[in-house]
Design a binder for this molecule. Structure first.
Ligand code: ATP
Ligand code: LTN
Length: 331
Protein backbone atom coordinates (compact mmCIF):
# COMPACT_ATOMS: atom_id res chain seq x y z
CA UNK A 1 0.00 0.00 0.00
CA UNK A 2 1.23 3.48 -0.78
CA UNK A 3 2.05 5.84 2.09
CA UNK A 4 0.81 8.85 0.13
CA UNK A 5 -2.20 10.71 1.47
CA UNK A 6 -5.41 9.80 -0.30
CA UNK A 7 -7.70 12.03 -2.34
CA UNK A 8 -11.27 11.39 -3.44
CA UNK A 9 -13.51 13.53 -5.61
CA UNK A 10 -16.47 13.06 -7.91
CA UNK A 11 -18.28 14.69 -10.80
CA UNK A 12 -21.88 13.91 -11.79
CA UNK A 13 -22.62 12.82 -15.37
CA UNK A 14 -25.65 15.11 -15.29
CA UNK A 15 -24.87 17.23 -18.36
CA UNK A 16 -22.00 18.67 -20.37
CA UNK A 17 -19.28 19.80 -17.98
CA UNK A 18 -18.75 23.54 -17.80
CA UNK A 19 -15.84 25.91 -17.39
CA UNK A 20 -16.95 26.03 -13.71
CA UNK A 21 -16.42 22.29 -13.34
CA UNK A 22 -13.05 22.62 -15.05
CA UNK A 23 -11.70 25.51 -12.97
CA UNK A 24 -13.36 24.50 -9.69
CA UNK A 25 -12.51 20.82 -9.92
CA UNK A 26 -10.89 19.08 -12.92
CA UNK A 27 -7.99 21.47 -13.42
CA UNK A 28 -6.92 20.94 -9.82
CA UNK A 29 -7.31 17.17 -9.98
CA UNK A 30 -4.39 16.84 -12.37
CA UNK A 31 -2.19 19.05 -10.18
CA UNK A 32 -2.60 16.65 -7.28
CA UNK A 33 -1.92 13.35 -9.05
CA UNK A 34 1.79 13.09 -8.26
CA UNK A 35 1.71 13.97 -4.61
CA UNK A 36 -1.38 11.96 -3.61
CA UNK A 37 -3.04 8.63 -4.23
CA UNK A 38 -6.13 9.80 -6.10
CA UNK A 39 -9.54 8.31 -6.75
CA UNK A 40 -11.72 10.30 -9.15
CA UNK A 41 -15.20 8.97 -9.53
CA UNK A 42 -17.99 9.47 -12.06
CA UNK A 43 -20.86 9.68 -9.58
CA UNK A 44 -23.74 8.28 -11.63
CA UNK A 45 -25.70 7.20 -8.54
CA UNK A 46 -25.85 10.86 -7.52
CA UNK A 47 -26.99 12.00 -10.94
CA UNK A 48 -30.30 10.07 -10.82
CA UNK A 49 -31.54 12.36 -8.03
CA UNK A 50 -32.66 14.38 -11.06
CA UNK A 51 -34.44 12.45 -13.85
CA UNK A 52 -31.97 11.25 -16.53
CA UNK A 53 -32.50 9.74 -19.95
CA UNK A 54 -30.91 6.22 -19.80
CA UNK A 55 -29.01 6.39 -23.10
CA UNK A 56 -27.83 9.91 -22.47
CA UNK A 57 -26.70 8.98 -18.96
CA UNK A 58 -24.43 6.22 -20.33
CA UNK A 59 -22.94 8.58 -22.86
CA UNK A 60 -22.35 11.26 -20.25
CA UNK A 61 -20.64 8.81 -17.93
CA UNK A 62 -18.17 7.98 -20.71
CA UNK A 63 -17.86 11.71 -21.38
CA UNK A 64 -16.83 12.51 -17.80
CA UNK A 65 -14.19 9.77 -17.91
CA UNK A 66 -12.95 11.08 -21.29
CA UNK A 67 -12.73 14.58 -19.79
CA UNK A 68 -10.81 13.33 -16.76
CA UNK A 69 -8.26 11.89 -19.18
CA UNK A 70 -8.32 14.87 -21.55
CA UNK A 71 -7.66 17.22 -18.62
CA UNK A 72 -4.43 15.39 -17.97
CA UNK A 73 -5.25 12.66 -15.45
CA UNK A 74 -2.95 9.68 -15.96
CA UNK A 75 -5.03 6.46 -15.95
CA UNK A 76 -2.20 4.50 -14.37
CA UNK A 77 -1.55 6.93 -11.54
CA UNK A 78 -5.19 7.63 -10.67
CA UNK A 79 -8.15 5.36 -10.06
CA UNK A 80 -10.76 6.73 -12.48
CA UNK A 81 -13.97 4.79 -11.99
CA UNK A 82 -17.75 4.59 -12.10
CA UNK A 83 -19.63 4.78 -8.79
CA UNK A 84 -22.38 2.27 -9.70
CA UNK A 85 -19.76 -0.40 -10.44
CA UNK A 86 -18.58 -0.41 -6.82
CA UNK A 87 -21.52 -1.51 -4.68
CA UNK A 88 -19.87 -0.39 -1.43
CA UNK A 89 -20.95 3.22 -2.06
CA UNK A 90 -24.64 2.37 -1.88
CA UNK A 91 -24.12 -0.03 1.02
CA UNK A 92 -22.14 2.38 3.18
CA UNK A 93 -24.59 5.13 2.14
CA UNK A 94 -27.44 3.15 3.68
CA UNK A 95 -25.56 2.55 6.91
CA UNK A 96 -24.43 6.16 7.29
CA UNK A 97 -27.98 7.38 6.69
CA UNK A 98 -28.80 5.83 10.05
CA UNK A 99 -26.20 8.11 11.66
CA UNK A 100 -27.42 11.30 10.00
CA UNK A 101 -30.19 13.49 11.41
CA UNK A 102 -33.02 14.93 9.36
CA UNK A 103 -32.23 18.25 11.00
CA UNK A 104 -28.79 18.13 9.37
CA UNK A 105 -30.17 17.26 5.93
CA UNK A 106 -32.81 19.99 6.23
CA UNK A 107 -30.06 22.58 6.38
CA UNK A 108 -28.40 21.62 3.08
CA UNK A 109 -28.63 24.54 0.66
CA UNK A 110 -28.16 22.38 -2.46
CA UNK A 111 -31.26 20.38 -1.48
CA UNK A 112 -33.25 23.58 -1.09
CA UNK A 113 -32.01 24.94 -4.45
CA UNK A 114 -32.65 21.72 -6.34
CA UNK A 115 -36.09 21.26 -4.75
CA UNK A 116 -37.00 24.68 -6.07
CA UNK A 117 -35.67 23.87 -9.55
CA UNK A 118 -37.25 20.40 -9.71
CA UNK A 119 -40.46 21.00 -7.77
CA UNK A 120 -42.19 18.12 -9.58
CA UNK A 121 -39.62 15.55 -8.41
CA UNK A 122 -38.45 16.22 -4.83
CA UNK A 123 -37.45 12.63 -4.14
CA UNK A 124 -35.86 10.83 -1.21
CA UNK A 125 -32.56 10.50 -3.07
CA UNK A 126 -32.28 14.25 -3.52
CA UNK A 127 -32.73 14.59 0.23
CA UNK A 128 -30.18 11.94 1.24
CA UNK A 129 -27.72 12.90 -1.53
CA UNK A 130 -25.18 14.28 1.00
CA UNK A 131 -25.15 10.95 2.90
CA UNK A 132 -24.12 9.11 -0.27
CA UNK A 133 -21.44 11.74 -0.84
CA UNK A 134 -20.18 11.15 2.72
CA UNK A 135 -20.09 7.41 1.95
CA UNK A 136 -18.05 8.04 -1.23
CA UNK A 137 -15.42 9.89 0.72
CA UNK A 138 -15.33 7.82 3.92
CA UNK A 139 -15.34 4.44 2.13
CA UNK A 140 -11.76 5.17 1.01
CA UNK A 141 -10.66 6.81 4.27
CA UNK A 142 -9.79 9.83 2.14
CA UNK A 143 -7.59 12.55 3.64
CA UNK A 144 -8.54 15.32 1.24
CA UNK A 145 -11.40 16.21 -1.10
CA UNK A 146 -10.88 18.76 -3.92
CA UNK A 147 -14.21 20.53 -4.51
CA UNK A 148 -15.70 23.86 -5.53
CA UNK A 149 -17.07 26.20 -2.89
CA UNK A 150 -20.64 24.92 -3.37
CA UNK A 151 -19.76 21.51 -1.93
CA UNK A 152 -18.20 22.78 1.29
CA UNK A 153 -21.39 22.29 3.31
CA UNK A 154 -21.65 18.67 2.17
CA UNK A 155 -18.07 18.04 3.19
CA UNK A 156 -18.72 19.50 6.66
CA UNK A 157 -21.58 17.04 7.01
CA UNK A 158 -19.34 14.14 5.95
CA UNK A 159 -16.88 15.17 8.67
CA UNK A 160 -19.65 15.28 11.27
CA UNK A 161 -20.97 11.86 10.28
CA UNK A 162 -17.44 10.40 10.46
CA UNK A 163 -16.82 11.92 13.90
CA UNK A 164 -20.15 10.66 15.18
CA UNK A 165 -19.44 7.13 13.97
CA UNK A 166 -15.92 7.19 15.42
CA UNK A 167 -17.27 8.38 18.78
CA UNK A 168 -19.72 5.50 18.97
CA UNK A 169 -17.55 2.66 17.60
CA UNK A 170 -13.95 3.84 18.01
CA UNK A 171 -11.55 5.09 15.37
CA UNK A 172 -12.87 3.97 11.99
CA UNK A 173 -13.01 6.82 9.49
CA UNK A 174 -10.42 9.44 8.57
CA UNK A 175 -11.82 12.96 8.98
CA UNK A 176 -11.44 14.46 5.47
CA UNK A 177 -10.23 17.99 4.72
CA UNK A 178 -11.68 20.09 1.89
CA UNK A 179 -9.34 21.41 -0.80
CA UNK A 180 -10.90 24.50 -2.39
CA UNK A 181 -8.99 26.46 -5.07
CA UNK A 182 -8.01 30.08 -4.33
CA UNK A 183 -9.29 31.53 -7.60
CA UNK A 184 -12.41 30.32 -9.39
CA UNK A 185 -13.74 28.24 -6.50
CA UNK A 186 -17.11 29.54 -7.62
CA UNK A 187 -17.38 30.46 -11.29
CA UNK A 188 -20.55 32.46 -11.81
CA UNK A 189 -23.10 32.49 -14.62
CA UNK A 190 -22.13 34.74 -17.56
CA UNK A 191 -25.58 36.35 -17.84
CA UNK A 192 -26.60 36.27 -14.16
CA UNK A 193 -23.34 36.66 -12.24
CA UNK A 194 -25.09 36.42 -8.88
CA UNK A 195 -25.64 32.68 -9.40
CA UNK A 196 -23.30 29.74 -9.91
CA UNK A 197 -22.41 28.59 -13.42
CA UNK A 198 -24.20 25.25 -13.63
CA UNK A 199 -24.28 22.58 -16.34
CA UNK A 200 -27.98 22.04 -15.77
CA UNK A 201 -28.92 25.70 -16.35
CA UNK A 202 -31.80 26.18 -18.81
CA UNK A 203 -30.15 29.18 -20.48
CA UNK A 204 -27.11 28.06 -22.52
CA UNK A 205 -25.73 31.63 -22.54
CA UNK A 206 -25.10 31.29 -18.81
CA UNK A 207 -22.37 28.69 -19.21
CA UNK A 208 -19.54 27.62 -21.46
CA UNK A 209 -18.91 23.89 -21.73
CA UNK A 210 -15.42 22.41 -21.76
CA UNK A 211 -15.91 20.98 -25.26
CA UNK A 212 -17.74 23.94 -26.81
CA UNK A 213 -16.52 25.21 -30.18
CA UNK A 214 -14.33 28.34 -30.06
CA UNK A 215 -16.73 30.60 -32.02
CA UNK A 216 -19.55 29.87 -29.63
CA UNK A 217 -17.29 30.46 -26.59
CA UNK A 218 -16.22 33.84 -27.98
CA UNK A 219 -19.83 34.82 -28.66
CA UNK A 220 -20.83 34.04 -25.08
CA UNK A 221 -17.94 36.03 -23.59
CA UNK A 222 -18.74 39.00 -25.84
CA UNK A 223 -22.30 38.89 -24.53
CA UNK A 224 -21.30 38.41 -20.87
CA UNK A 225 -23.03 40.84 -18.50
CA UNK A 226 -20.82 43.59 -17.03
CA UNK A 227 -21.90 46.91 -15.44
CA UNK A 228 -22.36 50.57 -16.28
CA UNK A 229 -18.84 51.61 -15.21
CA UNK A 230 -15.80 51.22 -17.44
CA UNK A 231 -13.01 50.16 -15.10
CA UNK A 232 -11.73 46.57 -14.91
CA UNK A 233 -11.57 46.31 -11.13
CA UNK A 234 -12.21 43.40 -8.72
CA UNK A 235 -15.28 44.09 -6.59
CA UNK A 236 -17.58 41.08 -6.22
CA UNK A 237 -20.36 43.08 -4.54
CA UNK A 238 -20.67 46.01 -6.92
CA UNK A 239 -19.12 44.49 -10.05
CA UNK A 240 -20.04 40.78 -10.01
CA UNK A 241 -19.84 40.34 -13.80
CA UNK A 242 -16.40 41.90 -14.22
CA UNK A 243 -15.10 40.19 -11.07
CA UNK A 244 -16.27 36.81 -12.38
CA UNK A 245 -14.45 37.41 -15.69
CA UNK A 246 -11.31 38.44 -13.78
CA UNK A 247 -11.54 35.27 -11.73
CA UNK A 248 -11.88 33.17 -14.87
CA UNK A 249 -8.92 34.90 -16.55
CA UNK A 250 -6.71 34.55 -13.47
CA UNK A 251 -7.59 30.87 -13.11
CA UNK A 252 -7.06 29.85 -16.75
CA UNK A 253 -3.78 31.77 -16.89
CA UNK A 254 -2.74 30.56 -13.42
CA UNK A 255 -2.01 34.13 -12.27
CA UNK A 256 -3.37 36.19 -9.37
CA UNK A 257 -6.31 38.62 -9.38
CA UNK A 258 -3.82 41.45 -8.70
CA UNK A 259 -1.81 40.53 -11.80
CA UNK A 260 -5.03 40.37 -13.81
CA UNK A 261 -6.11 43.82 -12.56
CA UNK A 262 -2.72 45.24 -13.50
CA UNK A 263 -2.79 43.72 -16.98
CA UNK A 264 -6.19 45.26 -17.78
CA UNK A 265 -6.05 48.52 -15.81
CA UNK A 266 -6.31 50.62 -18.96
CA UNK A 267 -8.47 48.27 -21.02
CA UNK A 268 -12.01 48.78 -22.23
CA UNK A 269 -14.64 46.19 -21.28
CA UNK A 270 -14.96 45.01 -24.90
CA UNK A 271 -11.22 44.29 -25.21
CA UNK A 272 -11.10 42.68 -21.78
CA UNK A 273 -13.97 40.33 -22.62
CA UNK A 274 -12.24 39.28 -25.86
CA UNK A 275 -9.03 38.60 -23.94
CA UNK A 276 -10.88 36.40 -21.43
CA UNK A 277 -12.65 34.54 -24.26
CA UNK A 278 -9.35 33.95 -26.08
CA UNK A 279 -7.63 32.72 -22.92
CA UNK A 280 -10.47 30.27 -22.29
CA UNK A 281 -10.40 29.03 -25.91
CA UNK A 282 -6.62 28.52 -25.69
CA UNK A 283 -6.95 26.53 -22.48
CA UNK A 284 -9.85 24.37 -23.68
CA UNK A 285 -8.80 23.62 -27.27
CA UNK A 286 -6.29 20.83 -26.51
CA UNK A 287 -8.77 19.31 -24.05
CA UNK A 288 -11.57 19.30 -26.65
CA UNK A 289 -9.32 17.64 -29.25
CA UNK A 290 -8.21 14.90 -26.86
CA UNK A 291 -11.79 14.41 -25.66
CA UNK A 292 -13.09 13.92 -29.21
CA UNK A 293 -10.43 11.27 -29.85
CA UNK A 294 -11.25 9.39 -26.66
CA UNK A 295 -15.00 9.42 -27.24
CA UNK A 296 -14.39 7.50 -30.47
CA UNK A 297 -13.02 4.60 -28.46
CA UNK A 298 -15.73 3.52 -26.02
CA UNK A 299 -14.12 0.07 -25.80
CA UNK A 300 -11.07 1.63 -24.18
CA UNK A 301 -13.18 3.73 -21.81
CA UNK A 302 -15.21 0.64 -20.87
CA UNK A 303 -12.09 -1.38 -20.13
CA UNK A 304 -10.75 1.43 -17.92
CA UNK A 305 -14.00 1.53 -15.94
CA UNK A 306 -13.93 -2.26 -15.45
CA UNK A 307 -10.29 -2.40 -14.42
CA UNK A 308 -10.57 0.53 -12.05
CA UNK A 309 -13.74 -0.72 -10.36
CA UNK A 310 -11.59 -3.65 -9.21
CA UNK A 311 -8.85 -1.35 -7.96
CA UNK A 312 -11.41 0.75 -6.07
CA UNK A 313 -13.04 -2.34 -4.55
CA UNK A 314 -9.71 -3.45 -3.10
CA UNK A 315 -9.74 -0.33 -0.94
CA UNK A 316 -13.49 -0.11 -0.37
CA UNK A 317 -14.25 -3.66 0.71
CA UNK A 318 -12.06 -3.78 3.85
CA UNK A 319 -13.60 -0.50 5.07
CA UNK A 320 -17.13 -1.77 4.53
CA UNK A 321 -16.29 -5.00 6.32
CA UNK A 322 -14.83 -3.08 9.25
CA UNK A 323 -17.94 -0.89 9.45
CA UNK A 324 -20.32 -3.86 9.27
CA UNK A 325 -18.40 -5.68 11.98
CA UNK A 326 -18.45 -2.65 14.26
CA UNK A 327 -22.18 -2.14 13.75
CA UNK A 328 -22.82 -5.77 14.63
CA UNK A 329 -23.58 -7.39 11.29
CA UNK A 330 -22.31 -10.93 10.84
CA UNK A 331 -19.60 -10.73 8.18
P1 ATP B 1 -25.41 20.31 -11.49
O1 ATP B 1 -25.50 21.66 -12.11
O2 ATP B 1 -25.92 19.21 -12.37
O3 ATP B 1 -25.88 20.23 -10.09
P2 ATP B 1 -22.67 20.77 -10.91
O4 ATP B 1 -21.86 21.09 -12.09
O5 ATP B 1 -23.02 21.83 -9.96
O6 ATP B 1 -23.92 19.97 -11.43
P3 ATP B 1 -20.98 18.46 -10.22
O7 ATP B 1 -20.89 17.93 -11.55
O8 ATP B 1 -21.24 17.38 -9.26
O9 ATP B 1 -22.05 19.62 -9.99
O10 ATP B 1 -19.66 19.23 -9.84
C1 ATP B 1 -18.39 18.66 -9.93
C2 ATP B 1 -17.39 19.57 -9.29
O11 ATP B 1 -17.37 20.85 -9.95
C3 ATP B 1 -17.66 19.86 -7.81
O12 ATP B 1 -16.43 19.81 -7.11
C4 ATP B 1 -18.20 21.24 -7.81
O13 ATP B 1 -17.91 21.92 -6.60
C5 ATP B 1 -17.47 21.89 -8.97
N1 ATP B 1 -18.23 22.99 -9.55
C6 ATP B 1 -19.46 22.91 -10.12
N2 ATP B 1 -19.86 24.13 -10.55
C7 ATP B 1 -18.86 24.99 -10.25
C8 ATP B 1 -18.67 26.39 -10.44
N3 ATP B 1 -19.59 27.14 -11.03
N4 ATP B 1 -17.51 26.96 -10.01
C9 ATP B 1 -16.55 26.19 -9.41
N5 ATP B 1 -16.67 24.88 -9.19
C10 ATP B 1 -17.80 24.26 -9.60
N1 LTN C 1 -21.85 16.38 -4.70
C1 LTN C 1 -20.84 16.68 -5.65
C2 LTN C 1 -20.40 15.48 -6.44
C3 LTN C 1 -19.86 14.43 -5.54
C4 LTN C 1 -18.63 14.49 -4.83
C5 LTN C 1 -18.55 13.28 -4.11
C6 LTN C 1 -17.61 15.42 -4.75
C7 LTN C 1 -20.46 13.27 -5.22
N2 LTN C 1 -19.67 12.57 -4.36
C8 LTN C 1 -17.47 13.01 -3.27
C9 LTN C 1 -16.53 15.14 -3.92
C10 LTN C 1 -16.47 13.95 -3.19
C11 LTN C 1 -21.40 17.78 -6.54
O1 LTN C 1 -22.57 17.91 -6.71
N3 LTN C 1 -20.58 18.57 -7.08
Amino acid sequence: MSDKKRIFSGVQPSGNLTLGNYLGALKNFSLLQDEYECLYCVVDLHSITVRQDPLLLKDRSYAVLALYLACGLDPDKNILFLQSQVSGHAELGWALGCYTYMGELNRMTQFKDKSRRHADNINGGLYTYPVLMAADILLYKSDMVPIGQDQKQHLELARNIAERFNNIYGDTFVIPEPFIPKTAARVMSLQEPDKKMSKSDDNANNFVTITEDPASIMKKFKKAVTDSESEVRFDEVNKPGISNLMNIYAAVKSISIEETAKEFENSRYGDFKMAVGNAVVDALTPIREKYNELMNDKGYLDSLFKKNALRAKEIAEPTLKEVYEKIGFIV
